[in-house]
Design a protein around this ligand. Structure first.
Ligand SMILES: Nc1nc2c(c(=O)[nH]1)N[C@H]1C(S)=C(S)[C@@H](COP(=O)(O)O)O[C@H]1N2
Ligand SMILES: [Mo]
Length: 438
């Protein structure tokens, strides 16, 4: 991680003073905030705006060029639209809640969470791409081309939700390092592929198998070819569920490059990090997998709750399994104006990790009273569900609409922040939108 170079945006959101120092070459004058771009940062800045900057010598220190700041888009991600880019090295981008309104998330609106450098598009050939199966508890080593997977095993299509374990991280206090996701590191496209269980049955797995893990073709952010950016896994039982897919298609088309083209694992309901992108290897392990991002504080939370800001010993951290119950308000967008007396239609989705959502309720009085909504059944297991209702406001003024889902075991979302944890995972607090009624 030490060698990882953050982009301009990440630098400025995380530590503006240090960013100034880095980009502007020296500490800027605190009064005038005027500094001097070094030659190399001038080049970086020009690259970011896509042109030379004639008056660069007059730019106040610490200024993020408006072309970059106003759009909050340092660059475009091919095939994506309207995403908020949180980091450009590696690329991490989330979807504003109102763009997640579709029941099946379109490719252009699926968030991107990269831990390293994706394989370069020109090096990816779906015809020669192979998936290797191995590991100490695989009965043998085998390798399949995508054509062989398609030919040998039955195809399945499921709508499966994907949510980053760190979704909602930006709200934790004290703050947790990492991408400052708001609510949009989630989506629920439809995936087509073969069942991992069918592939593993064909290869054969030994009785001592404990975990099934993935490797992908992306490389470490530091550029070190000997380092793996991420390799995570799940216990055998989760890997062998009907809905765990080795997928080559999303919404009936090739998977977008940034989401794992040409092959990815989709193992829904758990942190998105178990769904290996650019999938080229599966290992069946005789122990809990120990790849990068499986250990330490990565995708782990204190086994029992701790005071915010605590130091938690490693052996008291537990691997995150099923994600907690959660919901989103996807219509209307926050900040909307509404005429008093007219019905106010509100809707969104809800999901609950391995479980189903039993009910979603909404409140317009900061959680004092709750109203029922109409909730649909999931398209299939591990797909998000849709809820909708009409709300009436008693008088003009500022309101917030809060949504709160309850899972099939009766557990509801917390209205505010759930348990603090060192890396800021599992924030399933109620989503809320602002409404001006006039
Ligand atoms: N090979 C590989 N797989 C990966 C990752 C990665 O960086 N490399 N990121 C993981 C994480 S942390 C998440 S949340 C999901 C994100 O999937 P998406 O980018 O398609 O939305 O992919 C997972 N699979
Ligand atoms: Mo993630």
């Amino acid at each position: 991680m030490a060698n990882k170079k953050p982009g301009i945006h990440e630098l400025y959101t995380q530590d503006p003073v240090a960013a100034d120092h880095l980009v502007w070459g020296r500490q800027t004058d605190p009064l005038t905030r005027r500094g001097f771009l070094t030659q190399s940062s001038l080049i970086a800045m020009s690259t970011a705006v896509g042109a030379s900057i004639p008056f660069a010598h007059l730019m106040p220190g610490g200024l993020i060029p408006a072309a970059v700041a106003q759009s909050s888009q340092p660059f475009e991600i091919p095939g994506k639209e309207g995403l908020i880019i949180l980091n450009d090295r590696p690329v991490n981008a989330e979807t504003p809640a109102h763009l997640l309104d579709d029941n099946v998330t379109p490719a252009k609106y699926l968030f991107v969470r990269n831990n390293g450098r994706p394989p370069v598009t020109s090096t990816i050939d779906p015809d020669t791409w192979t998936l290797e199966i191995g590991g100490e508890s695989a009965a043998r080593s085998m390798s399949f081309t995508i054509a062989e997977l398609k030919e040998k095993f039955e195809h399945y299509t499921y709508q499966l939700q994907l949510e980053c374990g760190g979704n909602g991280r930006s709200e934790f206090v004290p703050p947790a390092s990492g991408n400052q996701w708001s609510v949009g590191a989630v989506g629920c496209p439809s995936w087509t592929g073969v069942r991992l269980k069918d592939v593993l049955e064909d290869v054969g797995i030994d009785d001592d198998a404990v975990y099934v893990a993935y490797y992908g073709a992306d490389t470490h952010a530091s550029g070190d070819p000997n380092k793996v950016p991420i390799s995570r896994g799940v216990p055998v039982a989760k890997a062998l569920e009907d809905e765990t897919l080795v997928a080559w298609a999303m919404n009936g088309e090739d998977i977008p490059h940034m989401n794992g083209y040409p092959l990815r694992l989709v193992c829904a309901g758990w942190p998105g990090s178990v769904c290996g992108k650019w999938l080229n290897k599966i290992v069946v392990r005789n122990r809990v997998h120990d790849g990068p991002k499986m250990t330490g504080t990565s995708y782990r939370v204190p086994c029992s709750s701790v005071a915010p800001g605590s130091q938690v010993p490693e052996d008291e951290m537990c691997i995150i399994e099923s994600m907690p119950v959660k919901s989103l308000i996807t219509f209307p967008r926050s900040g909307v104006e509404h005429a008093l007396g007219e019905k106010f239609a509100v809707r969104g989705h809800a999901w609950a990790g391995d479980l189903e959502v039993k009910k979603v309720r909404v409140s317009i009085d900061f959680g004092a009273t709750w109203h029922k909504t109409k909730l649909t059944a999931p398209a299939n297991r591990l797909a998000w569900q849709h809820w909708s209702t009409d709300v009436e406001f008693p008088e003009a003024g500022y309101y917030e609409v809060w949504a709160r889902a309850t899972d099939s075991t009766g557990k509801a979302q917390p209205m505010v922040l759930p348990g603090w944890n060192p890396k800021g995972y599992l924030n399933n607090a109620c989503h809320r939108i602002a409404v001006q009624v006039g």
